[in-house]
Design a protein around this ligand. Sequence first.
Ligand code: 9WN
Length: 456
Amino acid sequence: MESATVNLWDKAGSVLEGNWNGKYGMTVPSHKLYPYQWSWDSGFIAMGNSYLNIDRAMAEIDNLFSAQWKNGMLPHVVFYEPSDTYWPEPKYYDIGRSDNSPAHMLTSGMTQPPIHAISCYYIYRNAGKHARKFLDRILPKLQAYHRYLLTDRDPEHSGLATILHPWESGMDDTPIWDDVIAKIVMNNAGSLPEYKRKDVEAVDNRGGERPIGNEYRAFIYLVDLMKECNYDERLMQARSPFRIKDVVFNSVFYVANKCLLELASALGRPESETEEIKCWMALQKSGFQLFKACLSGKTVYYDYDLAAGRQVQKLTSSCIVPLFTGMLGERDAADLASMIRQDNFCGTGRCAANLVPSCALDAKEFDPDRYWRGPFWVNVNWMAYYGLLHHGYRNQARMIRDGIFQLVSEHGFREYYHSITGAGLGGKNFSWTAALVLDLLYHESRETPIGRIMPL
Ligand code: 9WN
């Protein structure tokens, strides 16, 4: 590696080191702002640590899964000890209302994108025999999680899991659900929950880059509704105004199933398990038709709002993420690659780097510094990178990778970046940004696990 990249490698490693919590065997996303263990963050972190410290990578996943619910649900936050810098606090979720919740731990009552089988595939490729025992105990848990997502979370048998809260997408305030949130606010005018937020104090929020007050109140309204339903899946789906088949969640899920299948075959799991995964993948593949649409003669993918019975046709970074699945035909992939090159995404020269912003530049909702409504996020661009590479768009993929390197070199390992100025925003020393930079740096010279899995 050249000295600039060695430098980045070391810096990324120290971010993960600094965020590691040895007492509980997990890594926080960023001190103060996110003081607990977050599910998909830990998935990305384990990928990064699979290059640096395989025992930590395994502990990260083991500890997260020790909080798995009895129905297979993997919670999006695991609370170890109280912190006064984040709200909702551990007890707010009151998970004892559900018979499925673990008795020994405090967790949230919802999930996040199921990235973890991909992380376990990284561990398997990078640890060899050392990971055997870990994989033997984690595979049944992964299988149970995926089964939950395609049964309890897909009563329609569509092959697509439904999310019941914006936080489950990991892209909290994306414009995709503005209409649903607006309806919640309108229908509950004057009665939305009041509380004291801590996230706005934990970051310098002068620019107002966190989700705004009404959005946050609607988020808490939805948590309260889940509690009222005692986290009963059927009841939540019958009563919730927020029921979305989300493109990013389900794209990640498809790749996770690819990895799970590889792992199950490599470890000699029973045929009933590998067959089950193959059936899921076939169903998922046909399910993706629900997302497919045509925009000016080109294929694009949109979320589907189950409650409204229609696609949400908004141009955000989610639209191009199906490239990451590797399941698309060459024409559809070409359409998405060209969309990334267009003026309203990477093409204008208006942006600080050649990266995909979280919302199209010409959309009325575009806001370059507000959370998932315009800034650059490294994890989504990491997905675009591998998707482009898989479909043969090598130069375009390199532009994305270089854009990420440019931002972290100039502005540090931040949670997200202003898409016009490149300024770092949100949490500092952000773990998944560091973890995915490690993966991209490694990919410079050698094949990475995800690079191997994509051709499947
Ligand atoms: C709510 C931890 C998490 C990420 C999400 C990101 C943000 C939480 C919040 O932080 O969500 O889960 O309080 O804003 O949107 O993707 O996992 O980094």
